[in-house]
Design a protein around this ligand. Structure first.
Ligand code: SAM
Length: 247
């Protein structure tokens, strides 16, 4: 099955890097803090990071006490930055698609993935592989774009706005149709795979996982006072985070 590697597209890469280099963005305010809060203690743990990108999480996991971290990514450009900016003797970066993790001859106490699963078409085999690679009682923590975002096809007007352009509410559309959706993000034809909430949860349960926690981050008063635009997240969360345990 051909796999998308959009992060190696020059235009996409520099657009994405521009966002991640900003001091404040949705990742910094919502995704990253919730992601790290959902982790169990990483002290002395062996960790696998799927779609590690720039390796920022790998580095932080080592700083938090992980004994080793393996970061894998399909993008050469992302891994180049990881090696340059987030290298560590306890971190190994591997260039490979996460669809191939069954070839890793190892086991991990914790497997993490931050904002990458919506790029994966074959979700069920990936979750089965993750379950197999985890040690008994091991934990998977992942974030992905929320299913209320992945459901849209290119060009659909997501928001009903007032005459001043203020977002009033979300126009939810074809949420129940699971499919590959193309959107424009820096470049045309960025593919994301839409799965409903129930499919995501049932896939984890069918593989043998217990769901321990789910989070759909919304802003608190401190964030709202500085960045009132994030009030939109009360209509539609941008991120879904799940912690699941191997039984
Ligand atoms: C939004 S970035 C997130 C990077 C990092 N996890 C973070 O949160 O900073 C998504 C990453 O997933 C990677 N990715 C996408 N599809 C992948 C695949 N099939 N296998 C491995 N990595 C993939 C991309 O190359 C990119 O680095």
């Amino acid at each position: 099955m051909p796999k998308q590697n959009i992060y190696d597209n020059e235009v996409f890469f520099s657009g994405y890097k521009g966002i991640r280099d900003q001091e404040v963005n949705a990742n910094v305010l919502f995704e990253i803090p919730n992601f790290f809060e959902m982790l169990p203690s990483v002290e002395g743990k062996k960790i696998l990071d799927l779609g590690c990108g720039f390796g920022e999480h790998c580095k932080r996991l080592v700083e938090l006490g992980a004994s080793s971290v393996t970061g894998i990514d399909i993008s050469v450009k992302m891994l180049e930055i990881a090696q340059k900016e987030n290298a560590d003797s306890k971190i190994t970066y591997i260039h490979m698609p996460m669809e191939d993790i069954s070839t890793l001859n190892d086991h991990y106490d914790i497997i993490v993935s931050s904002l990458a699963f919506h790029y994966i078409e074959a979700f069920k085999p990936l979750i089965v592989d993750i379950y197999r690679l985890l040690t008994e009682g091991g934990v998977l923590v992942f974030s992905q774009e929320h299913p209320f975002s992945t459901c849209y096809r290119n060009g659909f007007e997501r928001w009903t706005k007032d005459e001043n352009g203020k977002k009033l509410y979300l126009n939810l559309c074809e949420y129940g149709i699971e499919r590959e959706n193309e959107s424009k993000w820096f470049v045309d034809n960025v593919k994301k795979y839409h799965r409903t909430f129930s499919t995501i949860v049932n896939t984890l349960a069918d593989a043998g996982f217990s769901i321990e926690k789910m989070v759909e981050p919304t802003p608190d008063e401190t964030i709202l006072s500085q960045y009132p635009g994030y009030r939109d997240l009360f209509h539609k969360p941008d991120f879904l985070l799940i912690r699941a345990k191997k039984n």
